[in-house]
Write a protein that binds this ligand. Structure first.
Ligand code: ADP
Ligand code: ZN
Length: 437
């Protein structure tokens, strides 16, 4: 049994739990020492807590270590959390950073190998192999989605079509002409692809495409049904974030009962976001991840802000890796309206229970007098919209009622004409916040 970090980094989804825990501990100890020795911020925090790397004797001792947050990456922009000299760093990525400076992440050659390997295993979970043609329609560039999925698909030996985002009509053509079997992109972008294909008179259900590897943004069961039905595919939820590695942290298998975490590289915990107390497996809270084998920029107890729970029951697929539930929400996406906490995903699931609706919607927040106001614009399926006022009004009322029953809020719903809500090439923008603060 060789637990050294330099060996066996390709990992194994069917590893025995006993071996996995030993491997995790050995890797955690190496990671903590590496971070302590090379990252000032981490060392200072550990010193403040009077914890030394040698104090990590069991996996539970991870509890002794300080947390790390997105602001730590911002505050040390660009390279403050790097744990290796620049000469060892072979790739940089940056996350979108909607406000202020982006956050930068770095990889050594070996980190990139780990990344493409977890991504390769992720694609295996979707039943893909070297015999498949995989189109990568996540954006290439600083965003981790494109190159991350690309590396995995190549490591798998699949035929990769590096389409990147945008130019949607051409993407449809590539899917048809190249006999694409699987696509990696955001769920909202795939919805857009289905619409564009229709406009071109192409029915994706008639083509060999059979799998969608969808992630980078929250999506609901209702959205899954629309995508699967609309294109005749099986949709797989994939989770990842730049700070940890990019896409390939966790993914669904063919059972679709939560996402297996590649635990040999990423150690999960769930905490209460208010008290930071670690919650037992099964309870819902904020996901905290520790990288076990990333050397350029190790992340110890990184608070993802993503809300989920750990599923420990054995999966019917036989993988021994624990699972996380669908990411129901990202705590930063939550808004409070009239004292009620609302997540966009709640509105999406309420909306999609109503027949004739589409997952094209925009939540609009504004200030009216002293009050925060919320409104919802939705688009209907084109053929339903064409049926005229009476039907449109009926659906509008049903959506209003459905949203009210889920959120407790009576929201003004407006049905807007087809294609009036902006389609995104990557992560969809679901909330337009014009509140005066
Ligand atoms: P940014 O933080 O700028 O959006 P990333 O591209 O690294 O940069 O995004 C990672 C985030 O995207 C995750 O923390 C999570 O909130 C969201 N995300 C990624 N995959 C999924 C998924 N499958 N389901 C829900 N949310 C996801
Ligand atoms: Zn499984």
């Amino acid at each position: 049994m060789d637990l050294r970090i330099n060996d066996n980094f390709s990992g194994n989804d069917y590893i025995s739990t006993e071996f996995l825990r030993k491997l995790q501990l050995a890797r955690l100890q190496t990671m903590v020492k590496h971070s302590y020795d090379n990252v000032e911020l981490f060392r200072t925090r550990m010193d403040e807590l009077k914890v030394k790397p040698e104090d990590i004797k069991t996996l539970k001792d991870i509890n002794l270590l300080p947390f790390c947050k997105k602001t730590d990456l911002r505050d040390t922009y660009p390279f403050g959390l790097c744990a290796v000299p620049m000469s060892e760093i072979v790739r940089l990525h940056a996350s979108s950073g909607t406000t202020g400076k982006p956050i930068v992440v770095a990889y050594t050659q070996r980190d990139l190998q780990v990344w493409s390997d977890v991504m390769r295993r992720a694609l295996c979970c979707c039943g893909l192999s070297k015999n498949d043609v995989v189109q990568v329609s996540y954006g290439y560039g600083l965003f981790t989605g494109g190159l991350g999925a690309h590396g995995g698909a190549e490591a798998l030996g699949a035929t990769v079509v590096p389409a990147s985002g945008g130019n949607t009509k051409r993407q449809v053509m590539l899917i048809r002409d190249f006999g694409v079997n699987a696509i990696c992109c955001t769920p909202s972008y795939f919805l857009h692809l289905i619409e564009q294909a229709k406009e071109l008179g192409i029915d994706l259900r008639d083509l060999p495409i059979r799998a969608g590897v969808f992630g980078a943004e929250p999506w609901t069961q209702g959205m899954r049904e629309r995508l699967e039905r609309g294109a005749g595919i099986e949709a797989f939820d994939i989770y990842g974030l730049s700070e940890i590695i990019g896409p390939g942290v966790a993914i669904e298998c063919n059972q679709h009962q939560g996402m297996h975490i590649f635990e040999d590289h990423f150690y999960p915990e769930i905490i209460d976001p208010d008290t930071c107390e670690v919650l037992p497996d099964g309870e819902t809270g904020e996901l905290v991840l520790t990288t076990l084998s990333k050397f350029a920029m190790p992340m110890i107890r990184y608070r993802t802000r993503d809300i989920t729970r750990i599923i420990t029951e054995k999966c019917a697929c036989g993988r021994t890796l624990r699972r996380i539930d669908r990411i129901s929400a990202r705590s930063d996406d939550m808004f409070i309206i009239r004292g009620v906490n609302v997540f966009p995903s709640q509105i999406e699931s309420a909306l999609l229970t109503v027949q004739g609706t589409t997952p094209n919607y925009m939540i609009k927040l504004s200030t009216a007098g002293n009050m925060d106001n919320i409104a919802l614009d939705i688009e209907l399926a084109q053929d339903v919209y064409a049926q005229g006022e009476a039907i449109i009004e009926q659906i509008r009322r049903m959506v209003t009622a459905s949203v009210e029953s889920v959120t407790g809020l009576r929201i003004k719903v407006t049905v807007v004409p087809f294609n009036s809500i902006t389609r995104s090439g990557g992560k969809a923008k679901r909330v337009l916040d014009n509140r005066i603060r």
